[in-house]
Design a protein around this ligand. Structure first.
Ligand SMILES: [Zn+2]
Length: 262
């Protein structure tokens, strides 16, 4: 009986220690090989990339058409036609590459391309400014939730978590507007509930490149990104591949703490 009490005490002490030290690692990144770390560009509202050009996705309207955007961003009709491959029928969004002088002026006014340091085997968060999780991988009301839900405002920039090739874009009942990207090592990422998908099947995308705008299409109760990482179609826990954030559940920090102790 005494042994049981002693074990209980030890367990409680270990648990307390774990909880107490967790915040120490909260700002940490997952264990990665520092020699493979590099600075990568991550798209935001000011700088976006598509087919190797820097610019911005816009939705031309009757009052502000393509020509107005071309003038605003100091681009040319030929450049716009080239990067959009002549515009598919019924297109809503167009990518306008920035002219050289427009980029210079942005930089002069202090608006620079956002960067982050990332190891080659590490993914980046698909949403840039709000990194929280509203739902984790696992069973949820008898159904298996194959990814994590990241709250995001409608229209927020959704970025590719790793470089790869867009293998499918579609509307699917539960997922809504969904993008699938194939990566090396049989890994695949999926991004659901988007308002609009900007990339096209077959496109190669960089890590951090904009692929869609967040929304609530499909079976969704609020604007968020449903994010999956799969290996040979088996869902994995995305928090194992993403850098830690002080705003995600402590489970992620606990995991990396365990890995560190190995
Ligand atoms: Zn989800």
């Amino acid at each position: 009986m005494r042994a049981i009490y002693r074990n209980l005490l030890i367990s409680a002490a270990i648990l307390f220690t774990l909880v107490a030290i967790t915040p120490v690692f909260a700002q940490d990144t997952a264990p990665v090989d520092p020699s493979t770390c590099e600075t990568i560009f991550v798209d935001d509202n000011n700088y976006q990339e598509y087919r190797g050009k820097i610019g911005k996705w816009v939705m031309p309207t009757r009052t502000k058409g393509l020509a107005a955007y071309i003038q605003l961003f100091e681009s040319t009709p030929a450049e716009v036609a080239e990067v959009n491959k002549g515009f598919p029928a019924g297109f809503k969004y167009a990518f306008i590459p920035y002219g050289k002088t427009y980029i210079e002026r942005l930089e002069q006014s202090g608006i620079k391309r956002a960067t982050t340091i990332s190891a080659s085997d590490q993914f980046v968060w698909p949403i840039c400014d709000r990194v929280t999780i509203s739902s984790v991988l696992g069973f949820r009301w008898r159904e298996f939730h194959c990814g994590i839900d990241i709250p995001a405002e409608r229209g927020a920039v959704v970025r590719a978590a790793m470089e790869g090739q867009v293998i499918d874009v579609r509307f699917e009942g539960g997922y809504g507007n969904v993008v699938d990207i194939q990566h090396r090592n049989d890994l695949m990422t999926r991004y659901g509930h988007n308002t609009v998908i900007l990339v096209t099947k077959g496109d190669f995308v960089k890590k951090g490149q904009i692929i869609a705008l967040a929304g609530s299409t499909g079976r969704s109760t609020g604007s968020h990104v449903h994010f999956e990482i799969r290996c040979n179609s088996i869902p994995l826990d995305p928090t194992d591949f993403l850098p830690n954030s002080d705003k995600v559940p402590s489970v992620q920090n606990m995991k990396s703490w365990k890995l560190k102790r190995k």
